[in-house]
Write a protein that binds this ligand. Sequence first.
Ligand SMILES: NC(=O)c1ccc[n+]([C@@H]2O[C@H](COP(=O)([O-])OP(=O)(O)OC[C@H]3O[C@@H](n4cnc5c(N)ncnc54)[C@H](OP(=O)(O)O)[C@@H]3O)[C@@H](O)[C@H]2O)c1
Length: 251
Amino acid sequence: MTSRVCVVTGAGRGIGRAAAIHLSGQGHRVALVARTESELVSTAAECPGETLVLPTDVTRPDSAGEILDTIAEKWGLTQILVAAAGRNRSAKLDETTDSHWQSMLDLNLTSVFQWLRAALPPMAANGWGRAIVVSSIAGKRGFKHLSAYAAAKHGVIGLVRSAALELAHTGVTVNAVCPAYVDTELTERTIESIVAQAGWTRADALHHVNSLQPIGRMISTNEVVQALSALIDNAGMTGQSIHVDGGLVHG
Ligand SMILES: NC(=O)c1ccc[n+]([C@@H]2O[C@H](COP(=O)([O-])OP(=O)(O)OC[C@H]3O[C@@H](n4cnc5c(N)ncnc54)[C@H](OP(=O)(O)O)[C@@H]3O)[C@@H](O)[C@H]2O)c1
């Protein structure tokens, strides 16, 4: 297998961490991005191959250019981008403040746009590249109390589809994966928030989260990574948004 230069945002925990460890295990060099350096160091310790620990806040408009320049100095052109940094926050529509709305768009949509805008043209000039954005099943259907997050996750799929078409003739593919509830800290915070807001027991909140997926359980990070890995391997798939949701959404 060809060894590629990869960058994974959100690599400190959850899906991004699992993706980084997988890519490293495949023989690729992986740059790890998130805000919390200690978590990136912990991910790096699990990676069998070469890594770069590059803490940054991806919502800083210059973050993508700076990180890609640093990677270029050390390893050369970034060939695979996994954009997994993200966060959800719930509120009823009439309690969603402008700052809540903006923060969901800044992280889950605008930052991805800025990273794709910086990463894709050099990949295209080089004739090969892969970008995979972690959207959500909340990018494919609505959920109560998630208007801002769902709007951002729907938006990022439009971004992926359009970028994929622009680059379709260049050897670069751009795709999204759309998980339902994944067994990560983000979901743990969702469960805590259901307990706090709805007054349910933790067991009831966990049952609710598990039963959203028709398979009756959460998705594992490994299952998301398998979808992501298939998108990296398959040059014929671009502009897609692949559900990893235990059968929740069809079509
Ligand atoms: N878990 C789910 O059920 C689920 C379902 C569908 C979609 N998703 C999506 O999957 C992605 C990963 O979620 P996860 O469950 O793995 O979450 P997680 O366990 O909370 O990990 C999120 C990662 O993103 C990083 N991050 C957050 N804000 C950042 C920022 N401003 N700048 C740089 N890094 C940032 C976090 O590190 P720092 O906080 O240290 O920056 C962390 O490394 C997100 O886009 C999420 O929306 C998750």
